[in-house]
Design a binder for this molecule. Structure first.
Ligand code: PLP
Length: 366
């Protein structure tokens, strides 16, 4: 067995995959460069820190950690069902919404199928598609965002799933309610449309699509949401899908029974009631966005207008170099060359002083 070739033995789709590129951890940069203070604006995390209500609730959960979590997530699902005015049997919980996206692909997509997504869209869509050995169809973007007409035109009889991120990561582009509705009207019923709304809470209420209400009219629609961004629980991993009960029933057949751990279940349940925390997150984000946009305007940087908690800035052909120099200034942002955006860097919105640290670092290295 000494000559076993693991790569050759792997599924063809897996062989061609590149591992997900995460934002550089803060302590790693501190170790590598001996920096005492590091600002991380690389993973669209919530800069407010953990909700105090969640912190208190988690202390109370520690003694129960010797038990398995509730495999059905009864309390969290009940709470989400109430929030969305749907049945608990329409909710599928995930270890982050990435888990939900993967469960969706594994439930419905096989090697003979095609999956449609946009150029510059979230990397997990091609990743879960390729892992199954299905064909990913990346549709050229329009103004960095989803070209829904072109995506509709890319659907054929082999198409099984379409992923739409709204707002999209890493571009921050946003599709209006009317645009998505027109798309849903065009999609044939053999195609499942996954509407990934990871940044939903940052969208002004008047602009938010009534996506969960749409489930009544579009049985082939699935909406996914996360606790990782505006709710500030990225480290705990909790997300969910809302769908028809029929789809949820299928997703639950392959979902790992304990995919969401006890601490995550509890934290998600508690943070849903912390309206003040969510409100502050939205306000801090709006202010920070303004701060970064003003910086870009004053320095003459183009940026992609963003509806999320990050701004993707066109820094030029030396983006990789600027990324490295920012690291030496103690600021971690996200290179997006892997998203076919080699001249851009994605900067997550932080607290005012964190945004200022990025601005100062950019001025220093110029
Ligand atoms: C961050 C993000 C998610 C959420 O990921 P989790 O697994 O819930 O942490 C999903 N979709 C997009 C587009 C994202 O940017």
């Amino acid at each position: 067995m000494a000559s076993f070739d693991a790569t050759a033995a792997a599924n063809p789709g897996v062989r061609k995959l590149q591992p997900y590129q995460a934002g550089k951890p803060m302590d790693e940069l501190q170790r590598e460069l001996g920096l005492s203070h590091v600002v991380k604006l690389a993973s669209n995390e919530n800069p407010l820190g953990l909700s105090e209500k969640v912190r208190t609730a988690l202390q109370g959960e520690l003694s129960d950690l010797i038990r398995y979590p509730d495999a059905n997530g009864f309390y969290l699902k009940s709470k989400l069902a109430e929030l969305h005015q749907v049945g608990s049997d329409q909710i599928t919980l995930g270890n982050g919404s990435n888990d939900v996206l993967e469960i969706l692909a594994r439930t419905f997509v096989s090697a003979e199928h095609e999956v449609v997504f946009s150029q510059h869209a979230f990397v997990v869509y091609p990743l879960v598609t390729q892992a199954i050995g299905a064909k990913g169809v990346s549709v050229p973007a329009k103004d960095y965002g989803h070209d829904l007409d072109a995506m509709a035109a890319a659907i054929n009889e082999r198409t099984k799933m379409v992923f739409i991120a709204n707002p999209n990561n890493p571009t921050g582009t946003f599709l209006s309610t009317a645009e998505i509705k027109a798309f849903l009207d065009k999609v044939p019923e053999h195609v499942i449309v996954v509407l990934d709304e990871a940044y939903y809470e940052y969208v002004p209420e008047a602009d938010r699509a009534p996506s969960v209400e749409w489930l009544q009219h579009y049985p082939n629609l699935v909406v996914s949401r996360t606790f990782s961004k505006a709710y500030g629980l990225a480290g705990l991993r909790a997300g969910y899908a809302v769908s028809s009960a029929d789809i949820a029933n299928l997703l639950n057949r392959i979902r790992q029974p304990f995919n969401v751990n006890s601490l995550s279940l509890k934290a998600a349940e508690v943070v849903l009631d912390d309206h003040d925390y969510l409100q502050r997150a939205i306000e801090v984000n709006a202010q920070g966005m303004q701060q970064l946009v003003e910086f870009c305007r004053s320095e003459g940087f183009n940026f992609i207008p963003s509806h999320g908690n990050f701004l993707t800035i066109e820094v030029g052909a030396n983006a990789a170099d600027i990324y490295q120099r920012l690291l030496h200034e103690g600021v971690i942002v996200r290179p997006v060359a892997g998203y076919e955006l080699p001249n851009h860097l994605r900067v997550s919105i932080g607290l005012p002083e964190e945004n200022q640290a990025f601005i100062d670092a950019m001025r220093n290295i110029r």
